[in-house]
Design a protein around this ligand. Sequence first.
Ligand code: B12
Ligand code: SF4
Ligand code: SF4
Length: 404
Amino acid sequence: MTATTPAPNTAATTITTEPCPLTQAQLDALSRQIKHWGKALGFAHIGVADIDLSQHEADLQNWLNKGYHGEMNYMASHGMMRARPHELHPGTLRVICARMDYLPPDAGFASNLTDPNLAYISRYAGGRDYHKMIRQRLKKLGDQITEHCKTLGFNDTDFRPFVDSAPVLERPLADKAGIGWTGKHSLILHPDAGSWFFLGELLVNLPLPLDIPIKEGCNTCVACIKSCPTNAIVEPYVVDARRCISYLTIELQGAIPEEFRPLIGNRIYGCDDCQLVCPVNSQAPVTAETDFHTRPALFQPELITLFNWSEALFLRQTEGSAIRRIGHKRWLRNIAIALGNAPANPNIINALEQRKHSDEVDDMVLEHIDWAITQQKQKAPQEALSRKTQRVIRAIQKGLPRDA
Ligand code: B12
Ligand code: SF4
Ligand code: SF4
């Protein structure tokens, strides 16, 4: 594309102040260079998308209208800006989408889910918080692009990095950029990379050449929909967050509705089940980032041990981790539920009773502790795992033997 060639999205071209003087050949070369720089910065895949997400606006509005965002008011508060990157950052012409893998070695999925006395923590969260780290690397990429453009005589490069927290539809952008296709669980997945990765974006005012989306590959499979413990995937590609264990254990501030408590099992922070049963994850790469390796204190930890952490210890152990953001009370709330779901055990009842007298619990946590004590007292010793969880465990042992 030459300097005078208009970008496909008219809204963006009218907002741009200075037309980009780079020739098509220079933009092509820059695009190749961006992919090299991205790899050097630890991104496993970089792709470029245009900013036209208009085809997703109706789906997003529908999702919001149905209240699927629950208490995540930030999902509704930016209107359709989520689908309009150029409104989020005026002048944006392209979105450079980046993938960073997080699957830790020794993931031990099946062994963790099999033992209901151990806490299950989503594998994206056992190491360092990804937000700051990915944003910093995207910023470096932006700086490299800016410097390069200066050598070509263009001094008006403008960029803005985003990871997760931005009001922008990251998955549809990654889909357009060829990072992967949209799975029926709504996550992005790639035939060689599975879905164990984070996404990040760099919004730029350069008309870079576009990458091509890859072919959708779920075909007739519906394993994720069938295995979701809470039936949160209400139709293919659509998750009702209010039912999703990730939302219930991380995003929801108050009490977790009782109907979901027994279904949460030992999952105290997030959930991976829809990815665990996905056949595309069978060859997924392990992360190259040691920062994403699971910390020793969070590696297959005993529920009772975590429940006994004081607030000070919780803050120390989760320093620099995404888990810290839920705070000690929600941490206790989630573990109380898992203890209620664990096989009957007088030690658990003891730990729950003792916590009731601690000044670190409020009424919300107390109510969950009481629920857990009732569960413990009602059940026969060694009650079995739910049938769905047993199925997920078998699927992991068969499909992901390295990570079982
Ligand atoms: C809110 C949110 C959540 C919510 C809601 C999830 C949801 N499915 O919407 C909750 C808390 C439940 C959640 C959970 C998780 N999340 Co989350 N989440 C987000 C966040 C902040 C916004 C997502 C969003 O906009 N949802 C609104 C819906 C309407 O948008 P959408 O799902 O993208 O839907 C589009 C497509 O599905 C498409 N679509 C609709 N119908 C159809 C039909 C067809 C045929 C096609 C092709 C497409 C299509 O159009 C929709 C747009 O309207 C993003 C970051 C971001 N800013 O994008 C991270 C993000 C999606 N989450 C992420 C992760 C890792 C998770 C968890 C795996 C964490 C965990 N282990 O616990 C789980 C997975 C649960 C799941 N199956 O989705 C990653 C996903 C990476 C990836 N490989 O795709 C993201 C991108 C964060 C990041 N930067 O890495 N999450
Ligand atoms: S993360 Fe768990 S609860 Fe949420 S959609 Fe996937 S399987 Fe269902
Ligand atoms: S489990 Fe099956 S349907 Fe779900 S995302 Fe994976 S391939 Fe697609």
